[in-house]
Write a protein that binds this ligand. Structure first.
Ligand SMILES: C[S@@+](CC[C@H](N)C(=O)[O-])C[C@H]1O[C@@H](n2cnc3c(N)ncnc32)[C@H](O)[C@@H]1O
Length: 224
């Protein structure tokens, strides 16, 4: 994650938010968050989702961002402090091995589960997106909201923009072919999908099935 460590201070300026911000603005309202909810933001980066999430969960809720880059988190913390978001906490950890113990310092009690999780443009650049999803789902209550926002090559007429989209993903370190929402959706019900920016930005939002996928432990099985 050297790349994000190096560009942390400039990330918000260079991350093409006018193109990619549409994904978070679509996903967050679709999560159906309520005041007081606890929400986990995996691969939170500089915290671009935090104001949107915080508007939904209010002062009584909790937003916990997890990222592997301490420098990205420093930017996120600074922005949250400046905005007076006291109930936003940031944890430096590898999302593919995230455990409940990692989140103690963020104000998550030993028996607290999250009401929702969001991954925006993060799973497709992880070495083990399935592992990151498994780790997150162990921290969710049954029926929790789950949102994945990620990228694929543009479709239809927008296919002409494929070289630009591929270049953007290469620069970001993302695998444009990963389609990480496919694995996540296997554990969800009531899935809704949006295909934005000529199909390049994919949004998938659903609810965690109470029993999980056949052959897998129940979502809230504790143990890390
Ligand atoms: C493209 S940025 C997206 C940041 C933010 N979610 C957004 O929407 O702007 C991807 C982020 O994922 C983080 N990341 C990548 N692999 C990770 C891992 N294994 N564990 C935690 N964070 C990771 C990077 O450090 C980076 O901040």
């Amino acid at each position: 994650m050297q790349k994000y460590t190096t560009i942390a201070r400039w990330y918000d300026a260079v991350s093409a938010e006018p193109v990619y911000g549409v994904g978070r603005r679509c996903a967050v309202p679709a999560l159906g968050l309520r005041r007081g909810d606890r929400v986990l933001d995996v691969g939170c980066g500089t915290g671009l989702n935090v104001p949107l999430l915080r508007d939904r969960v209010g002062d009584e809720g909790l937003v916990v961002g997890v990222d592997r880059s301490g420098e990205m988190l420093d930017v996120a913390r600074g922005k949250a402090r400046a905005a007076g978001h006291e109930r936003a906490a940031f944890v430096e950890a590898d999302a593919t091995r995230l455990t409940r113990a990692d989140l103690g310092a963020a104000g998550l009690g030993p028996s607290d589960d999250f009401d929702a999780v969001i991954f925006t443009y993060s799973l497709s650049l992880m070495s083990d997106p399935g592992g990151a999803w498994d780790a997150a789902r162990r921290l969710l209550r049954p029926g929790a909201g789950v949102a994945v926002v990620d990228m694929q090559p543009p479709t239809g007429a927008a296919v002409l923009l494929s070289p630009a989209a591929r270049l953007a993903c290469r620069v970001a370190g993302s695998d444009i072919t990963a389609r990480p929402w496919v694995t996540v959706e296997e554990d969800l019900h009531d899935v809704r999908r949006w295909s934005l920016r000529g199909g390049h930005v994919q949004v998938s939002v659903g609810r965690l099935t109470p029993q999980g996928r056949p052959g897998r432990p129940a979502p809230c099985a504790r143990g890390g």
